[in-house]
Write a protein that binds this ligand. Structure first.
Ligand code: 26W
Length: 818
């Protein structure tokens, strides 16, 4: 009997229906007539899986056979978004599945709505990881994504009296059809205990780690299908499970309650995603999460991805571990521990290999976002790793002395260990260990070299590089904006989805009046779709004739949602004070989407203020409905896919030098929104590409920001100098948005007047002036549409496929395997 390899079901409507019903009956155990929507969604998802399965198994086998160099992408976050449509699209099954559902009398849209998106990330960094694994699969690069299967993803945001209230994100309650658990491939992960030194007869000293406890890391595999290339890569997320042995010891002592407690303790490790984005809390459980997933991933790679006779000396020709920010950096001492303690390699040989097998991406410039771990905490949880870090640091500082002499200040500044309190600077460790260090936009990479790590740049010439971020055109154009996608394909043919520079071809169409009409119709239709979504979801009414002005991103002071709000209050104040005729105001709807870290008090107050301003402005008859502020709660990938294609104006207004890159800015431009933005992050590159005429620039440049700090920034002087600003701030301070209670938003007001770390007031007047230009420009709809088409045509550079190509050329050297 020949064992036939698994085959995909026939890709016909009939074949699809049969497979679907089989899944419904045999996997869900229900008849179509008695099935719930969730049963039908699950069966549909299983059916899509079945079509991808043969390719997945093949690709896993091939990856092991070829032993070609590949990427292990280590990321604590993957903000995946819904999977169904993406996987249907990749497998070319969208039409067949749609017709099959019609044949079964099922509304496929209803099934789409069943899927709870896996929100296993906070924002930009997590979504970038999701875009990258999509591009890696689409470009046939050998790769695995490793991460954590959080039981609870980013919290669900609700508003109570305009204030954020967090709800747990129980995304797994109804089960996820996309994951494949493999308990048999679990890895044991050890923690705590102490180290012991022994010296043999030859006087060679060895260290052994005697850990205190361990948990099991159980892998859950997810398919990552490439777009139309028949390739399926793997995302492997780890779940913490208590080990039996652990429990038994306690059970035998008769302490049942303690045993259950121990189990809970172990399983806490993958329980919940930390919702802090940019301000690390230094919590021990977070370090446990970080070590847990990187230790499991390294062991998994060495155990399961390498051929049995693999010579570890050759690892640099076989793998590169990409560190997505500092969160996985504890992988560096772990890798050394495995090579030296477990595999018996000499320290120097192991270190030489390590320095070729890791690379580090930095995603921030905020000093408070750079992770450091107190030495006592790290030493308690991972005593052997702390020793290894000390030794890495010692040898590194010796080299520094050799190069620069005994320059103690420099030595102290470059030390991986900082003093008071003694702690490990994870970004420095990553920089010392990494073959390459990259920032995520040109400006960011430059500031990283010049301002954050200048000594390291001098010490390691050639180590620093840039890879500008990108976004996947499959999810953020093809799927999110089918109208635009259709129009592009009509104009340019179908190849653009995997070769986004082809969008350049649209430049010519920008001059074609008929094309502009069609393009404007698509934007209008997208507003209609968004309007339906917001009505259904939040009971909001969206006026489709308004200029749609959108600011969606995490709530953070550096991103300056306050600046947007001051613009809105200024417009409102102009009308109610009678200085501006309501009928002369360009009708606009402002949409906000933003989650605040639960412990970030100022961010939460700003959320409260946005809602408060919204309810006053929206209900004031004097405004005649020409200004509307909508703040749908729980902004996530699913909502982004509806909001971005409908937007006219994209707000990218961070203080220059603070936003590492931004990726929302790219999604908006690719969907034809014009940007109002500062010279920050990837805005710089967007503006260079689309041209000054098609971009609304305002605000200080980064050097101007620095100069103002140097000179001494006094926000109150800007308040005094600008009457519009004064009136806007005074209106907030007066209690106009808090039923006359001046205390509610007092902290926001005094923060602006007396602190204003992100120079909101300094950029206010230039922002307001530029917004006036936006209003004027929107008055000429045809010219606006032309600029909008040019934004699409000229931003193909921001495909994450291009980012991955840059990573391959500059860092990974992992050619695609076709
Ligand atoms: C808890 C500590 C912490 C620190 C930093 C958590 C998360 C972070 C991330 C680095 C924050 C983040 O998502 N950064 C964003 O990364 C995007 C992808 O590169 C960039 O586009 C954004 O500009 C950057 O803010």
């Amino acid at each position: 009997l020949a064992l036939a390899p698994v085959a995909a079901p026939p890709a016909s409507v009939d074949g699809f229906v049969r497979e679907f019903l089989r899944n419904l009956n045999f996997e869900r155990g229900v008849a179509l007539s008695s099935s719930a929507p969730n049963d039908r969604y699950m069966a549909l998802a299983y059916t899509v899986r079945d079509y991808l399965m043969a390719r997945w198994l093949e690709d896993q086998a091939r990856q092991r056979e070829l032993q070609a160099k590949g990427v292990c992408y280590l990321s604590a976050e993957y903000l995946l978004g819904r999977q169904l449509d993406n996987n249907l699209l990749a497998a070319r099954l969208t039409e067949v599945a749609t017709e099959a559902m019609v044949a079964c009398g099922i509304d496929i849209d209803e099934l789409r709505q069943q899927e709870v998106e896996p929100g296993l990330g906070n924002g930009g960094l997590g979504r970038l990881a999701a875009c990258f694994i999509d591009s890696l699969a689409t470009m046939s690069v050998p790769s695995i994504g490793y991460g954590i299967r959080y039981e609870y993803g980013i919290f669900r945001q609700t508003f109570v009296d305009g204030q954020q209230v967090e709800q747990p994100d129980a995304w797994l309650t109804l089960g996820s059809p996309w994951e494949f658990p493999h308990p048999e491939a679990a890895q044991k992960i050890f923690f705590g205990g102490h180290t012991e030194k022994t010296t043999d007869e030859q006087g060679v000293e060895t260290t052994t780690w005697v850990p205190g406890w361990h948990v099991l890391a159980v892998p859950y595999n997810y398919m990552v299908p490439g777009y139309h290339n028949g390739r399926v890569n793997t995302l492997r997320l780890w779940r913490a499970v208590a080990s039996n042995a652990f429990d038994l010891r306690i059970f035998n002592s008769g302490d049942y309650e303690e045993a259950v407690r121990a189990q809970t303790f172990a399983e806490n490790i993958s329980k919940v995603l930390y919702p802090e984005d940019s301000t690390p809390q230094g919590k021990e459980l977070r370090l446990q999460q970080q070590y847990f997933f990187v230790a499991a991933s390294i062991a998994d790679f060495l155990d399961h991805q390498l051929s049995a006779d693999f010579d570890l000396e050759n690892l640099p020709e076989r793998v590169i571990f990409q560190l997505n920010d500092t969160h996985p950096v504890i992988a560096v001492p772990e890798f050394m521990r495995v090579l030296v303690d477990e595999r018996g390699m000499e320290w120097d040989a192991a270190w030489a290999i390590t320095q070729k097998c890791f690379a580090y991406t930095c995603h921030t410039l905020l000093p408070e976002a750079l992770e450091v771990w107190p030495v006592d905490l790290l030493g308690r949880l991972l005593p052997r790793h702390l020793e290894i870090i000390y030794r890495i640091n010692e040898e590194f500082l010796l080299e520094v002395r050799e190069r620069f002499g005994d320059d103690e200040l420099r030595i102290r500044n470059m030390s991986i260990i900082s003093e008071n309190p003694r702690s490990v600077r994870m970004a420095y460790l990553a920089t010392v260990a990494g073959a390459k260090v990259n920032g995520v936009a040109e400006l960011h990479s430059q500031l990283l070299r010049e301002k954050v790590l200048p000594d390291f740049d001098e010490f390691y010439p050639g180590k620093f590089t840039n890879v500008t971020n990108g976004v996947t055109p499959r999810r953020f154009v093809r799927l999110a904006n089918p109208g635009l996608a259709g129009l592009i394909t009509e104009a340019l043919g179908a190849g653009w989805t995997v070769d986004l520079e082809r969008l350049r071809g649209l430049e010519a169409f920008a001059e074609d009046p008929e094309f502009r009409v069609k393009f404007a119709e698509v934007k209008r239709a997208n507003k209609r779709i968004l309007s339906d979504v917001l009505r259904e979801r939040d009971g909001f009414v969206l006026n489709e004739d308004h200029l749609l002005d959108v600011m969606v991103k995490r709530l953070h002071e550096y991103k300056r949602q306050m600046l947007k709000l001051l613009h809105i209050v200024t417009e409102y104040e102009g009308i109610v004070s009678g200085r501006v005729e309501a009928s002369s105001v360009q009708p606009r709807t402002f949409i906000f989407g933003a989650k605040a870290a639960p412990g970030y008090a100022m961010a939460k107050r700003i959320i409260h203020l946005i809602n408060a301003v919204g309810s006053v402005v929206n209900d004031d008859p004097r405004v005649e409905g020409r200004l509307k502020v909508l703040f749908p709660p729980n902004y996530n990938v699913t909502l982004a896919e509806r909001v971005i294609p409908a937007a006219d104006l994209s707000e990218q207004i961070s203080l220059a030098g603070k936003e590492a890159s931004g990726t929302g800015n790219m999604k908006f431009a690719l969907n034809g929104a014009l940007t109002i933005g500062t010279d920050d992050g990837a805005n710089v590159e967007i503006r260079e590409l689309v041209g000054d005429d098609n971009f609304f620039l305002f605000g200080m440049t980064e050097p101007e920001v620095e100069a103002l700090w140097a000179k001494g920034y006094k926000p109150a002087e800007f308040y005094q100098a600008d009457s519009g600003l004064r009136r806007a701030i005074d209106l907030i301070a007066s209690g106009a948005f808090s039923d006359g209670d001046r205390s509610v938003f007092e902290p926001v007001v005094s923060n602006l007047l007396y602190d204003d770390r992100f120079m909101v007031l300094a950029d206010y007047s230039s922002y307001i002036a530029e917004q006036a230009k936006v209003d004027a420009a929107y008055g000429d709809q045809d010219a606006w549409t032309r600029a909008s088409i040019l934004n699409v045509a000229r931003t193909g550079f921001f495909s994450s496929d291009r980012s991955i190509r840059d990573y391959i050329d500059r860092i990974w050297h992992t050619p695609p395997i076709l």
